[in-house]
Structures are given as C-alpha cells and as structure tokens.
Unconditional design. Sequence first.
Length: 165
Amino acid sequence: MTKLRHYDNLGTVRFVTFSCHQQRQYLSSNSARQILVDQIDKARNKHGFKLFAYVIMPEHVHLVIYPPEKMKLGIVIREIKSLTARNYFAGINPLPADSRRIFWKHRCYDHNCRTKETIIEKIKYCHKNPVVRGLVKNPGGWKWSSYNWYQGKRDVPLIIDEMEF
C-alpha cells in the first residue's frame, strides 16, 4: 500500500475528499449527517481552518478548506472521522460489546488549489454533486451542502467563511 502524501504548509486552499468504508451509505440519514457536521464545526473551531464549501453525500464528503499555517491536514481529518464514527456507533447504530465496525476508508484525498479559478471549480463541484447523483433536481434542494449559503440563506448546517483573495 502506497502512502498518500499531504503537502501541508503551502498556503493553499485544500479540496478534501473522504469516503465511507466499502462505499457504505452511513451518511444517508440526517442524524448521521448532523454528527459529521458537528465534528467538522468542532474541528474548525479547534484548529482554525476556514471552510469555503462542503457537501455531505450518503457515502462520501467533500470539503474546501483553507488551513492555517502549520496545520497537519491528515491529523485534522483523522480527528473528524474518528469522532464521527465513535458518535455514530454510540448513538445511531450501536455496536455489540464484542464487535468492531469500520466507518471510514483509511485514507483521504486532497488537492492543493493553487488558483482562485481552481477554488471556484471545486466549490461548484461540491454543489453539483447531489444533482449529478440524482439525489435532487437542483443544488438548492440538497440541505447538506454549502450551496444555499452562497444563495444568501443562513439556516444551513455549516456557516461558510468569507473568502479573501
């Protein structure tokens, strides 16, 4: 197994993707999605990254974030994933005492967005994802993305940070 490298401290916005183990749709319920939202928000407050976009799909997540200098992306994503899984299996889908389930794939994918155009492209990609998958007819119909924030709505799962270019 080849180790995927994260190129931290380049001063770039990051497009991050992480997926559920074996493409299981653990994030298909609103309660599961809310657990993930809570962990993303806690991590943002703890580690100080800016969130520019997101989409939570039934079996994967995309984030567009701007990490502060010295933040190790892999450690932060691992923290989000670990706490989400722990809370999910403790509440929504409890485990028998002698069993172990795997919620997330071990790795995550990230891309350094080196231009404003790439950042915008990744934000649009997040917002189109539920439409392309046939979950909704238009991006505004999917509550679990940042699309509605960009449309001026403020009753959304996660508040989006202002981009400064």
